[in-house]
Design a binder for this molecule. Structure first.
Ligand code: SAM
Ligand code: SF4
Length: 412
């Protein structure tokens, strides 16, 4: 068992921050949120709105006997205390990126993850195998920019070779900014990539340069053209809608997506920027997005969303559709089936969680004596993470605390 100080290392590296919004008066009861785990230790700090730093719980598999309920064991589905079955694991491959989108990363001064803490291909595969045995059916590769990883084709190949308990192969998807896609797509498809989401917030070069602080729109457009020519479907294009930045381009973006055989999805901007500058009053809401689109098309809701983050509407009766991911104004936490693995081996049960579950000691047993096989340790940590998942993210609660990691270090 690692000494307590080891499992609390994250304190110094990821101090939680105060929410810039006005404080709520102290509450007698906790609201559903992901600021902490089900045991309530973090919640107490949150209720008093005192700035707190959040560390990691000791995982069930490493805890002294008798302090945690025994996990159901490897191969059982990952069901949380609210009955949600987890089927989707977002795997962040790096926190580095070829762009510097204003809503995600600072222009300069980003604190990168230590290279020694980044999971190796073998370590990623070890986690993925256990996750698949526990019922995860989709791995989504993200970052940072996943295509910056030099072993990206091997990552896809190894993950695509994993099958679930029913013998069916898992699905491997990727979210990318599209730079390097033209060059890498044939190898990725050959390695077994199943689906692609490409992010593009604007079609105008000057805006792209201002928004991403890099003059790379032509590379993104090349990547999207390559994706359109590939057989990967459905192809999805993502844009964060921003007031005064690209909110006059929503119709153009949908038409661009249709022309490329893709589905456009707009994302409400979330408080996950590394600079902590998010401001509710300036974010573009789902209602505004739909109003803009309704001026051009008749929108009809598509039923049967399931666990998908995007609600969809047909355009003029179909077949084309548009999606909106309204995490702020219409949260879909009740159907959330996602877990996240950061590039440095931290499991997270929510984008907005301020608690992480450290897999590195289990994966790097050389750091300390462990008595159990690594698969059991990974399984135990997955179950601790799922067990700690709370009903909702509470962005709309006045005492919401933005996680200290920016989106690039969490994995979107
Ligand atoms: N670099 C890749 C990309 O941009 O597609 C993958 C990582 S990126 C963090 C994944 C997605 O998160 C992108 O579609 C991006 O637009 C979105 N994203 C990043 N920061 C966001 C924020 N503050 N609010 C909403 N979406 C955000
Ligand atoms: Fe990079 Fe994606 Fe973040 Fe933009 S959104 S800075 S492309 S990680």
């Amino acid at each position: 068992m690692p000494p307590p100080s080891q499992s609390w290392r994250g304190f110094a590296r990821y101090p939680a921050v105060n929410n810039p919004q006005p404080r709520a008066p102290p509450r007698a009861t906790r609201l559903p949120s992901n600021h902490g785990d089900a045991d309530g230790a973090i919640g107490a700090a949150r209720v008093s709105a005192i700035p707190v730093t959040i560390g990691k719980r000791m995982p069930a598999a490493l805890a002294p006997v008798g302090t945690e309920p025994s996990p159901p064991g490897l191969g059982a589905p990952l069901v949380d205390t609210h009955g949600r079955v987890h089927r989707d694991l977002r795997i962040s491959l790096t926190d580095r990126c070829s762009l510097r989108c204003t809503y995600c990363m600072p222009e300069q001064g980003n604190e990168w993850l230590a290279k020694t803490s980044i999971l190796t291909l073998d370590e990623i595969e070890a986690v993925a195998r256990v996750a698949a045995a526990d019922g995860i059916t989709t791995f989504r590769l993200t970052g940072g920019e996943p295509l910056l990883r030099t072993d990206i084709v091997d990552v896809v190949r190894r993950l695509a070779a994993i099958a679930g308990p029913d013998g069916r192969p898992v699905e491997v998807a990727m979210t990318t900014n599209g730079i390097r896609l033209r060059e890498l797509l044939p190898a990725l498809v050959e390695a077994g990539l199943n689906r692609l989401n490409v992010s593009i917030d604007t079609l105008r070069q000057d805006r792209f340069r201002d928004l991403t602080r890099r003059d790379r729109l032509h590379d993104v457009l090349d990547g999207i053209a390559a994706a359109a020519a590939s057989g990967l479907r459905p192809l999805k294009l993502n844009a964060v809608a921003m007031r005064g930045v690209n909110d006059d381009e929503l119709v153009d973006l949908v038409e661009f997506a249709i022309a490329h055989g893709a589905q456009m999805r707009f994302i409400e901007q979330m408080p996950l920027d590394a600079g902590h500058t998010w401001d509710r009053s300036s974010m573009v809401t789902q209602d505004e997005i739909l109003d803009r689109l309704a001026a051009r098309w008749t929108l009809t809701p598509v039923p049967g969303r399931g666990g998908a983050p995007a609600a969809r509407w047909t355009l003029d009766g179909g077949p084309h559709t548009v999606g909106v991911i309204a995490s702020v104004t219409a949260p879909f936490c009740g159907d959330c089936d996602r877990l996240r693995l950061t590039a440095d081996g931290q499991l997270r049960n929510c984008l907005f969680s301020t608690t992480e579950y450290d897999l590195l000691p289990a994966l790097r047993q050389a750091q300390g004596p462990v008595a159990e096989p690594v698969e059991a340790l990974i399984d135990g940590m997955l179950r601790s993470c799922v067990r700690g998942k709370l009903p909702g993210h509470a962005i709309n609660d006045p005492s919401f605390l933005q996680p200290a990691r920016g989106m690039n270090a969490i994995g979107g």
